[in-house]
Design a protein around this ligand. Structure first.
Ligand SMILES: C[S@@+](CC[C@H](N)C(=O)[O-])C[C@H]1O[C@@H](n2cnc3c(N)ncnc32)[C@H](O)[C@@H]1O
Length: 393
């Protein structure tokens, strides 16, 4: 069994490796495959930087705040990181260490206040001080740079802006079951993103950067060699789909997303053989999906929606897919029970942002069942996400 899995994985790994080298994406592949998500986890535990439920500020002896206090002040740390990302400090430091005054000049900030922000972020391990009044990037801070493989800058910006504001209304969500975002912004998330170009661009960039990491995990975990046509529903700017198309040169693909996102994808997607096999389609998966595809892929989509909407999307797939077709949902699967899992806070984020939810294996099975589908496999990946596969009943 294990031997069989390894013998399947090795050719897949080699193919991805070759396609990454050929496509000039070697650094990105190396980061995911060799170091992957473990870098952030290791650094975080070494530095005591906040991950879910982890101490946020290492204030050192003699004062060690209780974990509860540290969790409650977690937003101090997240806003400090957000401001550093917004000022572009990591991009300035990419050229080498700078003094506090140089950073204040480069970012148009108040020298004293910026110095205090940098001191706090050095204590958290984001930056470091190689000499007196010299600031440099620490390994954690590298991901705050823009345009580098594994960049989290756009994600930090969207988390620090629309997510932060919406989370301020969590109380409303818990009392009513409704989306906190709607309360904070007066419109549902995706409608709002369609009419605020800055927030929309930040969100798309964050999703695209995340997809770049996820795509390797998906390609390593799933064999698409018998797939001729694939539709990526809510596929954003096409990062995941074009990664798959690059690996499988005979495959045709379609990204379906909202008109604003498709317009962004059109200007963002680089030309090349994968782009030529990729159709960009503006529409709503709540209304209809393109017919006859072998695979309907949804990465980070079903969790945006409550049961009624999620069933509607899956029913549209069920009614349109080829007879042998498959639905692939790339998402966290919440472990049963009360053990620590990132998926449990992510679940709250889905409630806050669009009234959606993360689901357990059983909940996925029931969801597919209600849409006329049968859950066939739950495939773990190297990332925190799984590929949940379903076919027609
Ligand atoms: C959380 S993002 C995931 C994006 C992408 N799959 C990824 O992983 O990077 C959800 C996507 O669903 C799209 N979306 C939301 N409502 C939609 C609708 N009614 N029809 C099509 N796409 C929609 C959004 O524009 C967004 O790109």
């Amino acid at each position: 069994m294990v031997g069989h899995r390894i013998s399947r994985l090795v050719p897949q790994l080699l193919r991805i490796l070759w396609s990454s080298v050929r496509g000039g994406r070697w650094r990105q592949f190396k980061q995911v495959a060799l170091q992957g998500f473990s870098i952030a986890l290791k650094e975080a535990s070494r530095r005591q930087v906040p991950l879910v439920g982890r101490p946020s500020l290492n204030l050192g002896p003699p004062f060690e705040p209780t974990p509860l206090f540290q969790m409650a002040t977690g937003y101090w740390a997240s806003q400090a990181i957000y401001v550093a990302a917004r000022l572009g400090i990591a991009d300035v430091l990419a050229a080498g260490p700078r003094s506090g005054q140089e950073l204040a000049d480069a970012t148009g900030s108040d020298r004293q206040s910026l110095g205090r922000l940098l001191r706090a972020l050095c204590a958290m391990g984001v930056f470091r001080t190689p000499a007196a009044d010299r600031f440099a990037l620490a390994p954690l801070g590298e991901a705050l740079r823009s345009g580098v493989p594994g960049s989290l800058r756009a994600m930090v910006l969207t988390l620090g802006e629309i997510h932060y504001e919406a989370w301020g209304q969590l109380f409303h969500s818990v009392k009513t079951g409704a989306s906190a975002f709607q309360r904070a912004f007066g419109a549902p998330l995706f409608e709002y993103l369609g009419r605020d170009p800055e927030a929309g661009t930040r969100f798309n960039e964050a999703m695209t950067d995340f997809s770049a990491l996820v795509s390797y995990a998906v390609l390593l975990a799933y064999d698409f060699s018998d797939v001729r046509s694939i539709v990526d529903l809510g596929g954003g700017c096409g990062e995941l789909l074009t990664s798959i198309l690059r690996m499988y040169p005979a495959m045709q693909g379609t990204v379906l997303d909202t008109p604003a996102v498709i317009a962004a994808a059109e200007s963002r997607l680089a030309s090349g053989p994968a782009r030529e096999r990729c159709t960009l389609l503006a529409g709503s998966f709540l209304e209809a999906v393109p017919p006859g595809a072998d695979v309907y892929l949804m990465s980070g989509v079903i969790h945006d929606w409550d049961e009624d909407h999620a069933i509607r999307i899956l029913r549209n797939c069920q009614g349109s897919m080829a007879r042998h077709g498959r639905v692939l949902v790339v998402e966290c699967v919440v472990p049963e029970g009360h053990d620590a899992s990132f998926s449990k806070l992510l679940d709250l984020n889905m409630l806050v942002m669009n009234g959606g939810r993360e689901r357990t294996r059983t909940e996925f099975r029931e969801l597919f069942d209600a849409a006329g589908l049968r859950m066939t496999r739950v495939i773990p990946t190297l990332s925190p996400l799984c590929i949940v596969e379903a076919a027609r009943k």
